[in-house]
Ligand binder design. Structure first.
Ligand SMILES: [Zn+2]
Length: 47
């Protein structure tokens, strides 16, 4: 199964580049991704 990196996920989900997404200051302890303005991290996007 292909694993997406966070940049790909943001392009797919939000149709914008990851640098355009505002991130919170929280890091997900599971995937080590920053949690973005939607409260999503790579775990959520991978579902
Ligand atoms: Zn996560």
């Amino acid at each position: 199964m292909k694993k997406y990196n966070s940049e790909e996920i943001h392009k797919i989900l939000y149709k914008k580049e990851s640098h355009e997404v505002k991130y919170s200051n929280y890091i997900c302890p599971i995937c080590k991704s920053r949690i973005d303005e939607f409260g999503l991290c790579a775990c959520d996007a991978a579902r």
